[in-house]
Design a binder for this molecule. Structure first.
Ligand code: GDP
Ligand code: MN
Length: 380
């Protein structure tokens, strides 16, 4: 689950990281009032609150000389779309005078099976760009979760970013606190970019990003309450409500599969045969026709889907349940794109009977089914 910048800032502030004061506005007038109050007549920064990085480049972060200009910037930014997301709120903060920008982030790294603390003196810009073009500028530390980030480790990394020992100590303290926040909320990512050096030599976290592992939300109702469904893809919201694991992708072959492993294998095969999956969708292991109905509703609502592929390996999942779900769903929502069904395993014979009666055909060979789905998506 992605948090907004203002939510991430609150968490970091609670963990003792220096984060400048800031307030949310939903209208230009509110922005003006906040800018006058927080800015003390001076400059403020107006920042779009959407779940996307690179807002600065997209025109979603603007400096304003005074409250009047803040209102004008807010009027422009509110309602604009950044990476397909509409801006409903802006954050207003006093503008810091920046003399240097660094990057400090922690991410769960699957290959080392550790949280990895990453820092770079090349802050402010997209860290992905730095990683691609100048990977030597990123310094890493795999954190042993038994001990956390130890003081000497943090100071060692901080000294790669700052010559001034006072600043390095301050940065090391921020790194340890960032790890504390990351651990406390069960984040898969927590980053500060930029960690700015201001004119007076102090450090301040001017931008914050936190992604919370969805599996933590049951343990942390206070974090689950931070979810902003209006900022998420409508299809992903619908899928979550239906108990489906769904991720929207950019391709044209809609996939409906049982089991995450088979869903991944199906996506690989779609790509192997020259297609692009429109989604990852795992209907799970249960036998429940209603889940199939929900899944088809979500897939068919996506205008870029040109063909739909069902790939079901019946174990606990009964193929006849899936077949009944397909028949029920297509009675409710007339299909406008071709459907390719592959099922094999538990109650396969029953499933074929149900589908044949309803005028569908079913395949048992996965390669053949994927090839057909890719060809049909191409032809459409
Ligand atoms: P992002 O583009 O989505 O990562 O948004 P950021 O909050 O990181 O802002 C992008 C850039 O705007 C930063 O790297 C800074 O260079 C600049 N910026 C943000 N806040 C301030 C501020 O208070 N003062 C100044 N001078 N620049 C700022
Ligand atoms: Mn940033």
């Amino acid at each position: 689950m992605n948090l907004h910048e203002y939510q991430a800032r609150d968490i970091l502030r609670r963990h003792g990281i220096p984060v400048p004061a800031a307030e949310l506005a939903t209208t230009a007038d509110e922005a003006r009032a906040i800018a006058a109050r927080l800015g003390g007549g001076g400059a403020v920064v107006v920042k779009a609150q959407v779940h996307a990085g690179g807002r600065g480049k997209a025109g979603g972060v603007r400096l304003a000389r005074d409250a009047g200009e803040a209102a004008a910037h807010a009027a422009k930014i509110l309602g604009m779309t950044i990476k397909g997301l509409t801006v409903h709120r802006v954050l207003i903060a006093p503008a810091a005078e920046i003399t240097a920008e660094t990057y400090v982030g922690i991410v769960v790294d699957r290959s080392s099976q550790r949280p990895v603390l990453m820092v770079s003196a090349a802050g402010g810009v997209d860290i992905e760009e730095v990683a691609a073009q100048a990977p030597e500028k990123i310094h890493r530390l795999a954190v042993d979760p038994r001990y956390g980030v130890l003081p000497h480790q943090a100071l060692g990394l901080a000294l790669k970013l700052y010559r001034d020992l006072t600043q390095a100590r301050a940065a090391a303290d921020i790194m340890q606190r960032l790890y504390g926040a990351f651990y406390a909320v069960g984040a898969s990512l927590a980053e500060v970019n930029p960690l700015a050096t201001t004119a007076d030599g102090a450090l301040a976290a001017l931008d914050a990003k936190i992604v919370i592992d969805d599996n933590e939300l049951d343990r942390h109702p206070e974090l689950a309450a931070l979810r902003d469904s209006t900022a998420e893809a409508p299809s992903e919201v619908a899928a979550r409500q239906a108990g489906l694991t769904f991720i929207k992708l950019e391709g044209s072959v809609g996939c409906c599969v049982n089991g995450a492993g088979l869903a991944m294998a199906t996506m690989d095969l779609v790509k192997y045969y020259g297609g692009e999956p429109a989604n990852f969708l795992d209907i799970g292991g249960s036998s429940n026709p209603q889940k199939v109905v929900s899944a088809l509703q979500i897939i068919t609502a996506d205008p870029s889907v040109r063909a739909i592929l069902f790939n079901i390996f019946g174990g606990i999942t009964r193929c006849d349940d899936v077949a009944n779900g397909i028949v029920q769903a297509t009675e409710q929502i007339p299909l406008e794109v071709p459907l390719v069904i592959r099922l094999t395993g538990t109650n396969e014979d029953l499933a074929v009977a149900v589908l044949t009666k309803a005028g569908f055909s079913a395949l048992t060979d996965m390669d053949e089914a994927v090839k057909q789905a890719v060809a049909k998506a191409r032809a459409a």
